[in-house]
Ligand binder design. Structure first.
Ligand SMILES: Cc1cc2nc3c(=O)[nH]c(=O)nc-3n(C[C@H](O)[C@H](O)[C@H](O)COP(=O)(O)OP(=O)(O)OC[C@H]3O[C@@H](n4cnc5c(N)ncnc54)[C@H](O)[C@@H]3O)c2cc1C
Length: 740
């Protein structure tokens, strides 16, 4: 990847575009906005995962031609390219009047313009027993997970039977690729059956396609049952409408898809089958809401559910979203009359169809590979560009907004850079309202923004402990950033043996119109409140200011007994670490656009893990020599903890985030790592990958010095409390850092 620069968008935010689903059309929308941004437009993508699966390559994955990563569109990077934030969650509802999107795991998200490209979902309730005994092909991410399990189960079975339910292109491809898969697994005894409701495979295509596909299936010894359908799934048996019983251990459901259930409650116009109705501009009955792909049905066209249509809709969707936002002319979508269909076996042969022409060949498979791999590269190999802009696009500003301070020619600094009172007040109110809508119905306690101070009551016999921390936008989703900042800020108070009781927030917000700032503040308050409520911390108030980029911090107050006794570490104590290290390296790789989504997810989960439970276990065991591993890296924080002694660390025993070593070996490390190394005078030559000990951590784990006799018991208690824990070394006499 050719990394040139990060995107800099300095225009105040004036419009919220939200995309639901990283389907085939919206990946094109994101890429096009990345290449031609609208200053002042904030884009957010909500998707179930950090990646989106490309179904065209799924058969190749099953047949062993591709690995899992080859088949995934990296939404994390694509969003970075488009300067869009990525919210990983599942949409469960939509309030088109409040312009709010409801999510499974967090408070709702607001939009001005919305676009939906979530694809369809299998209806596993339609056939009796399917929920228990079938493997739905969608969502593909679940199928891939299921596949790992199937591989394990197959080891115990000699005589394998599999059935594929659905005689469309997807079903045929899955049947063929499963045959290749079982060959690779050396399964000699195998019985694969394809069941199709229609008498012709690949409905609505010429008879020649049916013949070619049948010959390919027979060549691969796949049994085909036509004009019949499975009506019941039982353990190891399927029952068909015509009374057939098929012995089958693994049943893959590749029948036609259904519309997502949440769409039916939105008051948007939908078809009889629940798909979203859109006009020739891909616009729904609500003109601010667009849609593309399998989830919608285009007026006057009866299109089959296929990715090729969604791909072709992408550029039109982009143009029309752009034109709607900038108040210009929309363009009509006209579906292609013919498209090249390539049904492959996942390894070396395919049936190609173009209009009335159809043939089967190895050449067709090569062509399919070329097209699919090129498609994935279009979205995964991105050249980052620099975008500088100081003013929003004029069409994004309405008359009502002309006096908004965000649009002032010269902006005041100091207290004049404070967020408008109304944004702050409204942001807090809407955070409270949204929290009530979420699953967790605890309400936020009052935050008094009219008072400049907060009262902290200190019970008799207690001391107050205070700490402050601020982090910049290491993740581009404000809700998640605010959760991480809250956990990160809490850590210092936890390591001091205190119980965190209250917090004050510091929000530095990029410039934006009043309503947009209100949404941002609401998300920030919701994010930190999620953590504060579950840790029983009261958010008393805070301060906002405007700056170039979003920064979030908290001052945390804790209380601790006045006669709290610190027990110093001694030589021979074991050093226990409660989270893996390497977060800084993963974030550095992400900034360069090369982090794998799986590695990034691991780093994110680690930052979102609270140190509360680990600190509780340590304190219950009378262990008070604790620190948290943060910006100065493992080596410096270890020496700070063990002073006046030193430490010996076993690098092999030190838990690391997956992929960190790989990035270090490619010369990727955090900008602070070098000075962290210089700080501890570490002159010895060490292997590239061992320099992870200098990597700065955000919301890193706890490190404690524990009496060697207690260490095993403490480790098992930590594990019982679901804490990641490992003994990584011990305290030594000499005040230096030794690495083994
Ligand atoms: C085995 C197989 C092979 C196929 N091969 C081809 C082929 O070669 N050519 C072809 O044209 N078609 C093919 N298809 C059909 C094709 O998969 C679909 O038509 C296509 O994926 C639809 O694209 P889409 O953009 O509408 O949605 P999708 O590709 O399904 O993408 C939707 C995205 O939205 C996300 N999402 C879904 N629900 C939510 C939610 N509630 N909240 C947040 N995010 C959500 C999903 O995680 C996903 O990332 C194949 C299908 C199968 C099963």
């Amino acid at each position: 990847m050719n990394f040139k620069n990060i995107l800099i968008n300095t225009a105040p935010t004036t419009h919220d575009l939200v995309l639901i689903g990283g389907g085939h059309a919206q990946i094109s929308v994101l890429k096009k906005f990345g290449m031609k941004p609208i200053p002042g437009l904030k884009i957010s993508l909500i998707n179930k995962n950090l990646t989106s699966s490309y179904s065209g390559m799924l058969p190749g994955y099953i047949a062993g031609t591709y690995n899992e990563e080859d088949t995934q569109i990296n939404l994390l990077n694509l969003c970075k390219f488009a300067n869009a934030r990525l919210i990983v969650d599942e949409v469960t509802g939509l309030d088109i009047f409040a312009k709010e999107i409801h999510l499974k795991n967090r408070v709702p998200v607001c939009y001005d313009t919305l676009s939906i490209n979530t694809g369809g979902e299998p209806d596993i309730k339609k056939i009796k027993g399917a929920e228990k005994y079938s493997i739905p092909i969608k969502p593909i991410s679940n199928l891939i997970e299921n596949f790992h399990k199937i591989k394990k189960e197959l080891k115990k079975i000699d005589n394998v039977s599999m059935t594929i339910i659905g005689g469309g292109a997807g079903g045929v491809e899955i049947a063929l690729s499963l045959k290749k898969f079982l060959d690779l697994e050396n399964k000699k005894e195998k019985n694969i059956t394809l069941v199709s409701r229609t008498d012709n495979l690949i409905k609505n295509s010429p008879n020649s396609v049916h013949k070619n596909v049948m010959s390919l299936l027979y060549k691969n010894n796949i049994n085909v049952v036509l004009s019949d359908e499975v009506v019941e799934f039982k353990k190891n048996t399927l029952i068909t409408k015509n009374g057939k019983r098929i012995n089958s251990q693994f049943n893959f459901l590749v029948t036609s898809i259904s519309a997502p259930k949440w769409l039916s409650d939105t008051k948007l116009e939908i078809t009889e089958n629940g798909f979203l109705k859109v006009n020739q501009y891909l616009q729904s009955s609500n003109k601010n809401i667009f849609s593309a792909g399998d989830v919608c049905s285009v007026k006057n066209f009866n299109l089959s559910k296929a990715g090729v249509y969604a791909v072709r809709q992408g550029p039109i969707l982009y143009k029309n979203i752009r034109s709607k936002i900038l108040k210009s002319q929309l363009v009509s979508y006209k579906p292609q009359k013919f498209f090249l269909s390539l049904i492959g076996d996942g390894q070396n042969e395919a049936v190609a169809t173009w209009g009335p022409l159809s043939f089967r060949s190895k050449w067709a498979w090569k062509l399919k590979r070329y097209i699919d791999e090129k498609f994935i590269r279009t979205y995964n190999d991105l050249k980052f560009m620099k975008m500088e802009s100081f003013k929003p696009h004029p069409n994004l500003i309405s008359k009502n907004n002309l006096t908004d301070p965000a649009l002032a020619e010269i902006k005041c600094l100091g207290c004049g850079a404070k967020t408008q009172w109304q944004s702050l007040n409204q942001g807090i109110i809407s955070a409270k309202e949204r929290r009530k809508l979420g699953k967790n119905d605890q309400t936020l306690k009052n935050i008094n923004i009219n008072s400049d101070v907060s009262l902290i009551k200190v019970p008799n016999g207690k001391d107050i402990v205070q700490s402050v921390d601020l982090i910049s936008s290491i993740v581009n989703d404000p809700y998640t950033l605010s959760r991480i900042a809250a956990l990160h800020s809490m850590s210092d108070v936890l390591t001091s043996g205190a119980k965190p009781v209250s917090a004050e927030a510091i929000f530095i917000l990029p410039s934006g119109l009043k309503d947009i700032q209100t949404r941002l503040i609401s998300e920030l308050i919701s994010g930190c409140s999620y953590e504060f409520l579950r840790h029983k911390i009261h958010l008393n108030g805070g301060h906002t200011s405007e700056g170039q980029e979003l920064q979030v911090g908290f001052c945390i107050n804790g209380i601790r007994s006045k006669n709290f006794n610190f027990i110093k570490p001694k030589v021979g104590d074991k050093l226990i670490l409660t989270k893996p290290i390497g977060v800084g390296i993963i974030l550095a790789a992400h900034m360069r656009g090369v982090a794998s989504p799986l590695d990034y997810e691991e780093a994110l989960n680690s930052m979102l893990t609270s140190n509360h439970f680990a600190s509780k276990v340590f304190l219950q065991n009378n262990i008070t020599s604790i620190t948290d591993v943060t910006g100065f890296g493992l080596a410096r924080h270890t020496l700070n903890l063990t002073k006046p002694f030193g430490a010996k660390i076993n690098i092999k025993d030190t838990p690391k985030i997956n992929g960190a070593n790989k990035y270090l070996n490619n010369g990727i490390y955090s900008s602070l790592a070098k000075s962290n190394k210089e700080e501890i005078n570490f002159n010895k030559n060490i292997k590239n990958e061992n320099s992870i000990i200098f990597d700065p951590q955000t919301s890193g784990g706890l490190l404690a010095a524990v009496d060697r006799k207690k260490s095993k018991k403490v480790i098992s208690e930590l594990k019982e409390n679901n804490c990641y824990a490992a003994i990584i070394g011990e305290v030594i006499e000499k005040e230096e850092f030794e690495l083994n």
